[in-house]
Design a binder for this molecule. Structure first.
Ligand code: ADP
Ligand code: MG
Length: 621
């Protein structure tokens, strides 16, 4: 029997290693950007074509490489960053494994041009699938340019595995953001398919965040600053009112390297706990500096995970300094509406449930009566018959039926205790008429003055939030308001959609639908939620069925919440609809009665605040 064990040829070994280092174009982007930073560059340019599938090029003005180094850099385990095993424990650079360039060159066509400042001529090297095709002198600027073409050209399985251009480019942006955030002292640019996506000049930490994520961040951030023996903390945390429903901008950097750490995330989230509703996530950009000897970065090839020697202390320091910053900056999730407007903004703390307002039956009350505000709005508009929050107009009330737990309808004819809820802030405060009234802009936004400036509310997003909380409240309380349809509408469905509707039915009933099966694959709509009485119900249900198919996973995990979201989106008043003053006022009231007024269920902002001090600053020379 001949021996059968052989050493793998280098090219194969490199391809295997490459699989670990380079999973997708974004991994190559990360490695190249990090090399440029390690080389001390002050200016880094990233050029990408087709989300990195055809070209990833990083040009830096860093140290550059000698002829020999240029050739060596593509060898596996070739690095200038460590000499001895001890160095591993005192790392200040991003790279150290000496694997990245070898790996990238094994699975792409790479051209490197590099020159050191003290050399007249630079070096150009072309490598394809790990084989050097060309190496010669060339004239080129000081620094290094590495162009990676046709990534995975010789690993078709990998290439086919790549996601859509949008997804892959999103990953590239993620990596770019991480490196750019950690190095505001370096200028960066990013071009994709010939278009400039980012152009970031050298700046400070705060301005870098703003440059990456937009001007609104300027006012949303509170600084973090803590020096202890084991840890130096800096960076910014987002004020609670701008928290997002979806995980937004959440970044930890350890010694200027992006890391993920669920434990540290928990420390931050818990520092906010009192200030945020359950479903909201704060933004943060937190920089931790520790002695490199106290961490182990070597536990994961892509190095986004780390182990701390003393993670408990770090947790405690982080949590308390986030708390301190929130306290020092006097941040609470309230908005100080002008007193004259008399709007109370209920502050809700974690655990407190939002009680859905009941039906209000003051027979003398009409929140849309013209004499009170002295303007002349027609009353036929369904928006006015529908309540945005606490108030039901008499008209709407007359048509209301309260669906109780058993699904039977019962008239709510005991007005006694709900009557109080009619004492709305608008109603009780006549001063509001002469002072700050809300104004609608472009049939789309509501501008309302507050004590410290003004808020700009997006009517569609705001209404989506209001309806979402209303529907989830109905589901929780098993009490909803249903509007009987005069002529039950029948809708024919495909067999598959019929199955879907049956699955959704229990939760649809909870928000006010009264649907019965009517022969094979036909349903009859006998009642609809009051909020939806003027909508085309067939198309609303169709949209819901579509959504539940596309987001099967979510719908399966949490059908009630998914339905509430979809319905809120569908039934919300759209941009472009003119609102009367009463409608706007009611909407503002309802929005601030929400437990999380600042964002839609899927995390889009519902309102922006503008402070007087900010305005003053802007009008200064
Ligand atoms: P590592 O970064 O882990 O050392 P790499 O494979 O990424 O390994 O790079 C190998 C070596 O090539 C680096 O140690 C560095 O000396 C050199 N190098 C890579 N990129 C650059 C660059 N942009 N400018 C200067 N030198 C570089
Ligand atoms: Mg490297």
């Amino acid at each position: 029997m001949p021996d059968i064990i052989r050493l793998l040829p280098d090219s194969v070994a490199n391809q295997i290693a490459a699989g670990e280092v380079v999973q997708r174009p974004a991994s190559a982007v990360k490695e190249l950007l990090e090399n440029a930073i390690d080389a001390g560059a002050g200016l880094v340019k990233l050029i990408v074509k087709d989300a990195g599938k055809t070209l990833i090029q990083v040009i830096d003005n860093g140290l550059g490489m000698s002829i020999t180094d240029a050739r060596m850099s593509f060898e596996r385990h070739a690095t200038s960053k460590i000499n001895t095993a001890d160095d591993l424990f005192a790392l200040t650079t991003k790279g150290f494994r000496g694997e990245a360039l070898a790996s990238i060159a094994a699975i792409a066509q790479v051209e490197m041009k590099t020159r050191k400042a003290d050399q007249e001529l630079g070096t150009v090297i072309q490598i394809e699938g790990g084989e050097v095709k060309l190496q010669e002198s060339c004239s080129c600027p000081v620094g290094t340019s590495i162009a990676v073409k046709n990534l995975f050209f010789n690993v078709p399985a990998r290439r086919n595995f790549l996601k859509s251009e949008a997804v892959e480019f999103r990953h590239i942006i993620d990596e770019f953001e991480r490196v750019a955030l950690a190095h505001p002292e370096v200028a960066f640019s990013l071009h994709h398919n010939g278009a400039e996506v980012f152009n970031l000049s050298k700046t400070n930490q705060r301005q870098r965040i703003v440059a990456l994520f937009g001007n609104p961040y300027n006012t949303r951030l509170a600084p973090l600053d803590e020096h202890t023996n084991i840890l130096v903390l800096s960076g910014f945390i987002g004020k609670p009112e701008f928290a997002k429903r979806s995980r937004g901008e959440q970044f930890f950097f350890l010694n200027k390297r992006f890391i993920r750490n669920a434990y540290l995330h928990h420390a931050v989230q818990s520092a906010y706990s009192e200030l945020l509703p359950k479903e909201a996530f704060p933004s943060y950009f937190i920089f931790l500096e520790v002695d490199p000897r106290t961490i182990d970065v070597n536990i994961h090839p892509t190095k986004t995970e780390v182990k701390f020697e003393d993670d408990r202390s770090i947790y405690a320091i982080l949590r308390s300094s986030v708390k301190k910053s929130l306290g020092q900056n006097n941040i609470s999730p309230s908005l100080d509406f002008e007193q004259e407007m008399g709007i109370e903004i209920p502050l809700r703390t974690k655990g407190e449930t939002v009680v859905q307002p009941g039906i209000t039956v003051d027979t003398n009350f009409n929140p849309f009566s013209n004499e009170r505000k002295g303007n002349d709005t027609p009353k036929t508009d369904y928006l006015k018959n529908m309540d945005w929050g606490q108030n039901y107009s008499r008209h709407a009330y007359n048509q209301l039926e309260l669906l109780n737990e058993t699904g039977k309808t019962a008239h709510a004819d005991d007005p006694s205790e709900e009557q109080q809820t009619l004492n709305t802030k608008w109603d009780t405060d006549p001063a509001s008429e002469t002072t700050s009234k809300p104004v609608q802009l472009h049939n789309r936004y509501i501008l309302a003055p507050i004590k410290s400036g003004f808020v700009l509310i997006d009517q569609q997003s705001a209404h989506e939030r209001i309806l979402y909380e209303r529907f989830t409240g109905f589901m929780r309380e098993k009490k909803c308001f249903s509007q009987k349809t005069l002529f039950p509408e029948s809708i024919e469905l495909s067999g598959g959609d019929m199955v879907t509707i049956r699955e959704l039915l229990p939760d649809l009933t909870l928000i006010g639908f009264d649907i019965s099966e009517f022969g094979l694959n036909t349903i009859a709509i006998n009642g609809v939620p009051v909020e939806m009485q003027d909508l085309n119900i067939a198309s609303v249900l169709e949209a819901l069925i579509e959504e539940s198919k596309h987001r099967q996973h979510e719908f399966r995990l949490n059908p009630a919440d998914s339905i509430a979201r979809a319905m809120a989106r569908n039934a919300s008043v759209k941009s472009g609809r003119k609102l009367s003053e009463e409608e706007m006022s009611a909407m503002i009231d309802s929005l601030f009665a929400c437990s999380m007024p600042y964002a839609t269920p899927d995390g889009r902002p519902t309102l922006l605040t503008y402070g007087l001090d900010e305005l003053e600053r802007k009008f200064k020379k």
